[in-house]
Design a protein around this ligand. Structure first.
Ligand code: UTP
Length: 441
């Protein structure tokens, strides 16, 4: 190895977090045990935000709007993943999902942030957590599109960190002679990435006290949902979660369940199939709270989590790295990740609240090219929601074929109804009338 390469490698090794490396090795020797099924209790589910006729939802929405109007909320989107199942070159958020327009996930989310700002009359900062492999591309994507009309100073990027992968024996691996093999630290890296460079502190100084977090690949994410925020703020919870009701035990989402009074997310792969199929007295699945990784988080709790030891999840994979002979080869490796929702039990008893998410209104994950949670299923869900909102607003009910709302036009059916005189339908797309057009009476 050249002296330069040796120095570079030595510097990288010297900069390793020794405590974290020890935790990684300990996790390798004794992976954390999953909770026993018999100890898991289903959490209470609060009614979904779409059930507006329920006074609890109405009151919560009012509370949430107060918080939004007061500028005390920021939106956080985790977008650091690698989109390997989708097989898309570039950040997953840049995927053109709009069924007619091809609007990207980023554009759809930016529209929702824009509309919520407009309605709240408040800044509503937006933070995107990127990953080492898509940070530059994501920033460039936003810059090239003028941040979709959002003030660039109100859109923040925070790149998640990495962790060294290890051999099955706990040794460091090299990706190149002068470089360790590392992988992104999972979406649990959010807390540290937000705390880094003082971003959380700056948000706090700007008056923000609650974060609404969602994943970039949920095409229907109800950005800064007021009722959800209101439920969270009206309770003692420090971190709240949304959950879809699982109807099929085989659906691949983690389960929110309580164990000893602490909420946690249990991976479906850690539960025996029989336990997942157990029914409650109402005939539904006993464990039915499907985690969609959408949270309301107190800023102070996020700050604490940045310094906390979140559990490490291990993934054993073959990777291209230097083998013992120093040559590049396919070698067995263990990658380590942390998850955002592993903070749930750390909030203590009563520190979490769970609200049911209306699946058709709020959750359409884009994971795969085809089949379940795919491009087609997410597009269909977007189109179906557009049709429901338009019909509820008395618009386009006679239109056949696919329908799409222009990003940022409305954030729910009632919002669209309030704007029905400002819009027109063009080739299946509901657009805002240009300012010089005559508004319909
Ligand atoms: P997923 O793991 O489901 O999606 O992450 P992915 O990483 O985009 O795609 P695959 O697994 O490689 O096919 C769920 C959400 O968490 C974010 C993703 O961007 C997505 O919004 N995420 C995931 C991160 O921000 N960082 C990570 O290290 C992993």
């Amino acid at each position: 190895m050249s002296p330069g390469a040796a120095a570079a490698l030595a510097a990288e090794i010297a900069a390793l977090d020794a405590k974290m490396l020890e935790r990684q090795r300990a996790a390798l020797r004794a992976p954390p045990e999953a909770a026993a099924v018999e100890d898991l209790e289903p959490p209470e589910l609060l009614p979904p935000s779409s059930r507006i006729e329920d006074p609890r939802v109405r009151n919560a929405a009012e509370r949430g709007w107060e918080e939004l109007r007061g500028g005390r909320v920021a939106v956080v989107t985790v977008a650091g993943g690698q989109a390997s199942r989708l097989g898309f070159e570039g950040p997953k958020g840049a995927y053109p999902l709009g069924p007619i327009s091809g609007a990207s996930l980023f554009q759809i989310l930016a529209g929702a942030v824009h509309r919520m700002r407009e309605r709240a009359g408040a800044p509503l900062p937006w933070v995107l957590m990127t990953g080492p492999e898509n940070d530059a591309a994501t920033r460039a994507y936003f810059a090239a599109r003028n941040h979709f009309g959002l003030d660039a100073r109100s859109v923040h990027f925070a790149c998640q960190g990495t962790l060294p992968a290890l051999t099955p024996d706990g040794e460091l691996l090299r990706a190149a002679p002068d470089r360790l093999f590392r992988n992104p630290d999972g979406h649990g890296g959010l807390y540290r990435s937000l705390a880094r460079d003082g971003l959380l502190e700056r948000l706090g100084n700007g008056g923000v006290s609650t974060l609404f977090t969602c994943q970039v690949d949920n095409a229907l994410a109800p950005v800064a949902d007021p009722a959800f925020l209101g439920f969270h703020l009206g309770s003692a919870a420090r971190i709240s979660s949304k959950a879809v009701v699982k109807t099929e035990a085989s659906e691949k989402v983690g389960l929110l369940a309580e164990c000893g009074g602490l909420l946690q997310c249990v991976e479906y792969s850690d539960l025996p199939a029989a336990a997942q199929q157990t029914r409650a007295s109402d005939g539904g699945l006993r464990l039915r709270a499907g985690n969609i990784a959408m949270h309301a988080i107190d800023l102070t709790f996020a700050q604490e989590m940045a310094a906390a030891d979140l559990p490490l999840h291990l993934a054993r994979k073959q990777v291209r790295a230097l083998g013992p002979d120093g040559l590049l080869a396919s070698v067995p490796a263990v990658k380590f990740e942390t998850f955002v929702f592993d903070a749930l039990p750390l909030a203590g008893r009563g520190g979490c609240l769970v609200q049911e998410a209306d699946r058709a209104e709020e959750f359409a994950p884009l994971k795969n090219r085809s089949g379940a949670d795919s491009i087609a299923s997410a597009r269909t869900a977007l189109g179906a929601r557009a049709r429901r909102w338009m019909e509820a607003a008395g618009l386009g009910s006679s239109a056949s074929g696919v329908l799409e709302l222009a990003p940022g036009l409305a954030v729910d059916a009632a919002d669209l109804r309030s704007r029905k005189d400002e819009v027109e339908l063009h080739g299946g797309r509901l657009l805002r009338l240009r300012p010089h057009s005559t508004a319909r009476s």
